[in-house]
Design a protein around this ligand. Structure first.
Ligand code: ADP
Ligand code: MG
Length: 223
C-alpha cells in the first residue's frame, strides 16, 4: 500500500512572549493508504497540535512533512489551502454545521467551493447522506437532528469531496457512549471501503476501533 503521510522528526514550538516552548518533540509517523489510525493521548499532550499539522492548518517548526509525496515546506498559504481542500476531510467534536442550512446544503457546500455544477452537487451530496443513513433527513436543519445524526451529516460533508484522508478530532466527544459507538461503526465501514482515517482521541474505548493506535504523551509519539 502506498505511503500517503510521512512525518520526519517533526518539532513544533509556540512562543509565549520571549519564551519558546516546544510541544511536539521529534515526531516520526508514516501512514499508508487504507489505514485506520488512532492517535491516543490525554488532554494537553499535543493532539490538536499534531492534527493541525496533519491537516495543513499549521506548519511544523522543524522536520519534514510529506503529504501524498509532496513536501509541505515548499508550499505557500495558497498551496497549503489547496492541499487541505483536496487531501483532507475534517470532522470535529462540535460538528460545526451551518445552522441555517439543511443537511443537504451542508453537505453540498464543499462541492460549491470545488466548483462542481449544481445538479451534480445535489446528487453527490444526497448519495453521501444516504450512505451515512440519513436519506430521509436531507431537508432537516441541524437543530432538528440528534447529536449522532448531526455528526453523520458532518461525516458526509467531510467525505463528499473524496479526500485522501478523513481526519477526525475527538469525533465522539460530544456524544453519549452508544451513539459514539455507532459513529465508530460507521468509521469502520468507511475504512473497509478503502478510505484512510486518522482519528484523534483521549478515549481508549474509542481508539480501539482503529486498526493501529499510536500514543502521544507530553509531545512524544510512540507506537
Ligand atoms: P491536546 O489537543 O492534546 O489537548 P494541544 O495540542 O492543544 O493538546 O496542546 C499541547 C500543548 O501545547 C499544551 O501544553 C498547550 O498548552 C500548548 N499550546 C497549544 N496551543 C498553543 C498556542 N497557540 N500557544 C502556546 N501554547 C500552546
Ligand atoms: Mg485538543
Amino acid at each position: 500500500m502506498s505511503e500517503i503521510l510521512n512525518m520526519e522528526t517533526i518539532c513544533k514550538s509556540y512562543y509565549m512572549g520571549e519564551e519558546e516552548i516546544e510541544v511536539l518533540h521529534n515526531v516520526n509517523l508514516k501512514v499508508h493508504s487504507g489505514e485506520f489510525l488512532s492517535i491516543l493521548g490525554p488532554s494537553g499532550s499535543g493532539k490538536s497540535t499534531i492534527m493541525n499539522i496533519i491537516g495543513c492548518l499549521d506548519v511544523p517548526t522543524k522536520g519534514k512533512y510529506y503529504l501524498s509525496g509532496l513536501d509541505i515546506e515548499s508550499y505557500d498559504e495558497v498551496a497549503l489551502a489547496k492541499a487541505r481542500n483536496k487531501e483532507i476531510g475534517f470532522v470535529f467534536q462540535s460538528f460545526q454545521l451551518l445552522p441555517k442550512s439543511s443537511a443537504l446544503k451542508n453537505v453540498e457546500l464543499p462541492l460549491v467551493y470545488a466548483g462542481v455544477p449544481a445538479g451534480e452537487r445535489r446528487e453527490r451530496a444526497a448519495s453521501m447522506l444516504e450512505k451515512v443513513g440519513l436519506g430521509d433527513r436531507m431537508r432537516n436543519y441541524p437543530n432538528q437532528l440528534s447529536g449522532g445524526q448531526q455528526q453523520r451529516v458532518a461525516i458526509a460533508r467531510a467525505l463528499v469531496t473524496e479526500p485522501t484522508i478523513l481526519l477526525a478530532d475527538e469525533p465522539t466527544g460530544a456524544l453519549d457512549q452508544k451513539t459514539g459507538n455507532q459513529v465508530m461503526e460507521l468509521f469502520e465501514e468507511i475504512n473497509q471501503e478503502g478510505r484512510t482515517i486518522i482519528m484523534i482521541t483521549h478515549d481508549t474505548n474509542i481508539a480501539k476501533y482503529a486498526k493501529r493506535v499510536v500514543h502521544i504523551l507530553d509531545g512524544y509519539l510512540t507506537e
